[in-house]
Design a protein around this ligand. Structure first.
Ligand code: SF4
Length: 291
């Protein structure tokens, strides 16, 4: 390691909010910008996601440019666990702990080499129960890949190229009787609840996307809804302040491109192709400005 100094920042494993509150005198929620917020706190700045001048204080990517502009590792026990091998023997972190859930026989946490295919990881978890429809990779803000993408390799660049990201390294097998529109609507209902609300693109964007998706799920969709969803997703990705809002649109992008037939069936044929989702809205979600 050539850097003259680096830092390891380990927040309380019990509750990061409790760790940060006494030091900064204000409450904070755990969110996608937690790493940047932690580095800001160590630099005696307000520990909240922000754009503009604070960027040069810590940099957004603390691993390269964190506290006092030195490489800073934040918060990940998995990262810390690699340190002895890296420092002693120059090892590279070449395995990843993945959490496999959903329609598999043996859900659990597995350690796999980076580069393992998603299909091989599902096989390691006992194989898929029934027929695989999709693979949700990266946690709640991760994208949903079609079953045909099971050869995609587990890697930061490979997943990004496929339209999702490593995120929390969750891999969820989605069964063939799952309505992808309802699945995406449920994810955005969760995100709209969890957003910290500091920036408008994420706070308003998650709620709007949730409303539109629930309308489509409830057979109230219009042909213009997919364009509207794409525009909202682009806006969130470009203008949100932290990784939460920046990565959430990958759900929209992947489900609308890889499961376009599900959206079409709901919007044009007014029916769910799987027959598994029920209407949850009596009226469409409308705003003054929409395509
Ligand atoms: S992107 Fe969302 S979670 Fe992140 S700062 Fe903005 S409102 Fe908060």
């Amino acid at each position: 390691m050539d850097a003259p100094a680096s830092y390891i920042f380990m927040p309380s494993s019990l509750n990061q909010v409790n760790f940060l509150e006494p030091a900064c005198g204000q409450s904070m929620r755990i969110l996608g910008g937690a790493a940047m917020a932690g580095a800001l706190l160590a630099a005696a700045c307000r520990p909240a996601p922000a754009a503009g001048p604070v960027k040069w204080i810590t940099g957004y990517y603390s691993a390269q440019n964190g506290v006092q502009q030195r490489p800073t590792l934040i918060s990940s026990a998995e990262t810390i666990a690699w340190l002895p091998q890296i420092v002693d023997g120059g090892a590279r972190a070449d395995t990843k702990l993945v959490s496999v859930t959903g329609a598999v026989n043996s859900p659990g946490v597995y350690e796999v080499p980076l580069g393992t295919t998603l299909g091989a990881i599902l096989d390691k978890a006992g194989g898929v129960t029934g027929t695989l429809k999709g693979i949700h990779v990266g946690g709640p803000t991760g994208g949903v890949l079609a079953a045909s993408k099971r050869d995609t390799k587990l890697g930061f660049e490979e997943l990004r190229a496929a339209g999702t990201h490593m995120g929390s390294a969750q891999i969820r097998a989605i069964a063939s009787d799952t309505c992808v529109v309802a699945y995406a609507a449920k994810l955005f209902a969760y995100l709209a609840k969890e957003t910290c609300g500091i920036c408008v693109p994420c706070r308003v964007g998650t709620a709007r996307v949730q409303g539109i998706l629930e309308g489509v799920q409830s057979q109230l969709g219009r042909d213009t809804d997919t364009a509207w969803l794409a525009e909202l997703g682009d806006h969130m990705e470009k203008f949100s302040l932290c990784g939460f809002g920046i990565t959430a649109p990958s759900i929209l992008k992947t489900t609308m491109s890889e499961f376009a037939a599900d959206y079409r069936a709901h919007i044009q044929d007014r029916k769910c192709p799987t027959g598994t989702c029920a209407p949850i809205r009596a009226r469409r979600y409308e705003t003054m400005a929409q395509p």
